[in-house]
Design a protein around this ligand. Structure first.
Ligand code: AMP
Ligand code: ZN
Length: 134
C-alpha cells in the first residue's frame, strides 16, 4: 500500500467506495464522477502507478477481471456497449497514479463523450448494488 494513494486507501477500506466486485487481488467500484451511468473502475489491490510498472501476474489477472466486471455491468445495466479505457501519464489524462481500468457503459446511439458528470450518491449506491448482485 502506498501512503498517499487514494485508490490504495479505497482498497484498504479506509475511504468508502461503491463496490461492485471484490476478490483477494482485485477491486471494482463506481467512478464518483462518471462519464456515463454505471461507469466502473477496476483496480489491482497491489499498488502500481500505471500499466508499465505492473507485474505480469497482476496485470494478467486484472484484465480477466475487467472483462468479467464488464459482463456483469452489461447484464445489470442493459447497456448496448461499453468503452474500456486505461490512462497512463498526466498527458494521457491520468489523474490517479494507481493502475485502473475504466469500464464506461454506452446506451443507444448517443454521442460517445468522455466528460465527467456529477453523480447522485443515492443513484450510485443503487447502481453498485445492482451490478454487484449479478
Ligand atoms: P484517470 O483520469 O484515468 O486517472 O481516472 C481517475 C478516475 O478516478 C476519475 O474518473 C475520477 O472521477 C475517479 N475517482 C477519483 N477519486 C475517486 C474516488 N474516491 N472514488 C471513485 N472514483 C474516484
Ligand atoms: Zn495505490
Amino acid at each position: 500500500m502506498k501512503n498517499d494513494c487514494v485508490f490504495c486507501a479505497i482498497a484498504a477500506g479506509e475511504i468508502p467506495s461503491f463496490k461492485v466486485y471484490e476478490d483477494d487481488d482485485t477491486l471494482a467500484y463506481l467512478d464518483i464522477n462518471p462519464f456515463s451511468k454505471g461507469h466502473v473502475l477496476v483496480i489491482p489491490k497491489a499498488h502500481s502507478s500505471c500499466i508499465l510498472d505492473t507485474p505480469d501476474e497482476t496485470l494478467s489477472k486484472l484484465v480477466l477481471k475487467v472483462r468479467d466486471v464488464a459482463a456483469k455491468a452489461k447484464a445489470a445495466l442493459g447497456c448496448d456497449g461499453f468503452n474500456i479505457l486505461q490512462n497512463n501519464g498526466e498527458s494521457a489524462g491520468q489523474t490517479v497514479k494507481h493502475l485502473h481500468f475504466h469500464i464506461v457503459p454506452r446506451y443507444g446511439a448517443g454521442p460517445v463523450d468522455f466528460e465527467s458528470h456529477k453523480a447522485d450518491m443515492e443513484e450510485l449506491k443503487a447502481l453498485a448494488e445492482k451490478i454487484a448482485a449479478v
